[in-house]
Design a protein around this ligand. Structure first.
Ligand code: NI
Length: 194
């Protein structure tokens, strides 16, 4: 395993479409291990292969919410969103756009199919933080960054780099207004999305 360099948003590779993995073999599993190690080292909660310069359709996610005893890990090869519904405005950041967060529309619930690290077909129906991460990471496979959903880069907000994410529930009141406390928590989450 090795920590690899995470490309930043101006790198053209992040704008390319990644190709499907034809066979899930040892080289793909080595890539997944490197991605997990790189993500953890950057204190992120998700990562897509193109972010380390590999244009293959592979994503990983790992995070621990308050009530979890163990971190929840998701690894998906050739992931595809087959269903989505609901909409919320998600505060989000990206390891390839360090130091900033922005608010973009995302589905609340998604169903994603793909393959596991052993090459088995899997189907994940999820909502909340994992649904959010999966949408963000799958976008990376198509060369899309969350900043593309903003009308202007002026909408980005600067944050302290390296803010560590702890938990991932959306924190805002019914009007969608974050309280001060909720906001710092939310920003901490978004800082490290992936
Ligand atoms: Ni990202």
């Amino acid at each position: 395993m090795a920590v690899r360099t995470i490309l930043s948003y101006e790198n053209p590779r992040l704008r390319m479409k990644s190709v499907r993995v034809k066979r899930v073999d040892a080289s793909i599993r080595a890539l997944i291990d490197d991605m997990l190690e790189t993500m953890r080292s950057a204190e992120g909660i998700g990562l897509a292969a193109p972010q380390i310069g590999v244009l293959l359709r592979v994503i990983v996610a790992e995070y621990q919410e308050e009530d979890d005893e163990e971190p929840k890990q998701t690894v998906l090869i050739n992931p595809e969103i087959t269903e989505k519904d609901g909409e919320w405005m998600a505060e989000e950041g990206c390891l390839s756009v360090p130091g900033f967060v922005g608010t973009v529309p995302r589905a609340e619930r998604v169903t994603v199919k793909g393959k596991s690290r052993t090459g088995k077909d899997v189907r994940i129906k999820t909502e909340g933080l994992l649904a959010h991460i999966l949408q963000h990471e799958i976008d990376h496979l198509d060369g899309v960054l969350y900043i593309d959903y903003l009308d202007s880069l002026d909408e980005l907000r600067k944050i302290e780099p390296g803010t560590r994410k702890r938990r991932g529930r959306r924190a805002s009141d019914e009007n969608g207004e974050s309280t001060d406390e909720a906001e710092s928590e939310e920003v901490a989450e978004a800082a490290a999305l992936g």
